[in-house]
Design a protein around this ligand. Structure first.
Ligand code: NAD
Ligand code: ZN
Length: 351
């Protein structure tokens, strides 16, 4: 089969590789019909994720058709169309029992991290993929849900919802600010409405992304390049700040920006993956009763989000801006990595 193989920092190619086979009885093999690229894949290609070794097939998002099933798998059968979750979960360990699949203890060599595709085992940017712990790690796609919509449930929609909206304790009537209107921030914007946010402010440096955010449910947009951006945000609240500030970039400046606009008693939900330590002005913040949360997505809300997608209550397909075939995967990376120029959100790659 063909697959997108990582060959060390800055190097990748669409190579001929051996087909995956069933290793454990809980595995399945899936023919990947649709996959996509995540910002994390770009981090890996920069060499920022040293656990990813040369020869690894990248990708942790995908929708496909089951072609082989291990002896111990009971809930999926050959021919089923499934969403491959970015998190693999055994379903039996203490973290899985809490629904904290992100920290599944069963993945060999993963030290309690459920994200293994395109990281510690071969991923989904391939014609076929081996999926471990299949009973708890794939979701059947209902009739009427397109691949383009379903693939957004592998990672971005549950991430924005679980780590942004839910950890951020969004409640009816709240004012929510989302800093960073990339795919993950837009997923938080799209799902903040589910918990009744009254006002959703998209904050970015890129005017195109701010405009996009309004299509995804943002009521307001603020360019944080403006000198008075904090005042602009305050003017959209009662002057005290937002109830929840969601960080969806992953740099110190945007975490700090959240601390400037959150109201006393409010929440900062950090979604961004940080590569550097971040200064926390606890000496100033402690008196404001701020709750700060962070986390790796568990994808425990995927079944619920999938129901909303199936009922056309969540237009997941909106994230797809560019389409490629598997043999154009290098062009897909090129388009995705130049998002400011190409206006790409999610590039959809199909077989
Ligand atoms: P992205 O790079 O596509 O989008 C980031 C957005 O932030 C862009 O629109 C960019 O213009 C904007 N931005 C950059 N610098 C800014 C600044 N100083 N002020 C305001 N806006 C700024 O990223 P994405 O794919 O949407 O992912 C967002 C973050 O979420 C990343 O850090 C990613 O690694 C992380 N992530 C976390 C999890 C998790 O489980 N916690 C899962 C997936 C992704
Ligand atoms: Zn587990």
């Amino acid at each position: 089969m063909k697959a997108l193989v990582y060959h060390g920092p800055g190097k990748k190619s669409w190579d001929e590789v051996p087909d995956p086979t069933i290793v454990d009885p809980t595995d399945i093999i899936v023919k990947v019909d649709t996959t996509t690229i995540c910002g994390t894949d770009l981090h890996i290609l920069k060499g920022d994720v040293p656990a990813v070794t040369e020869g690894r097939i990248l990708g942790h998002e995908g929708v496909g058709t089951v072609t082989e099933v291990g002896d111990a798998v009971s809930t999926v059968a050959v021919g089923d169309r499934v969403i491959i979750s970015c998190i693999s979960a055994c379903g039996a360990c203490s973290y899985c029992h809490q629904g904290l699949y992100a920290h599944c203890l069963a993945e060999e060599g993963a030290e309690g991290i459920g994200w293994i595709f395109g990281h510690l085992i071969d991923g989904t940017q391939a014609e076929y993929v081996r999926v471990p712990f299949a009973d708890n790690s794939v979701y059947k796609v209902p009739e009427g849900v397109s691949d383009e919509a379903a693939v957004m449930l592998s990672d971005i929609l549950p991430t924005g919802f679980e780590i942004g909206v839910r950890y951020g304790h969004v409640e009816p009537g709240d004012v929510v600010a989302v800093i960073g209107a990339g795919p993950v921030g837009l997923a938080a914007i799209m799902t903040a409405g589910l918990y009744g946010a009254a006002r959703i402010i998209a904050i970015d440096l890129d005017e195109n992304r701010i405009a996009k955010a309004k299509d995804f449910g943002a009521t307001d947009g603020v360019n944080s390049g403006d000198a008075d951006w904090v005042e602009q945000v305050m003017g959209m609240t009662d002057g005290l700040g937002v109830d929840t500030a969601i960080e969806a970039v992953g740099i110190p400046a945007t975490f700090d920006a959240c601390t400037k606009i959150v109201r006393p008693g409010g929440n900062i939900a950090n979604v961004g993956v940080h590569g550097k330590p971040v200064e926390l002005r606890l000496n100033e913040l402690w008196i404001s009763d701020i709750a700060i949360t962070m986390g790796l997505v568990s994808t425990s809300t995927t079944p619920m989000l999938l129901k909303l997608v199936a009922q056309h209550k969540l237009p997941a397909e909106k994230f797809a801006t560019h389409r490629f075939t598997f043999d154009q995967v290098m062009d897909a990376y090129d388009t995705f990595s130049k998002a400011a120029e190409t206006k790409a959100l999610k590039v959809v790659i199909s077989g």
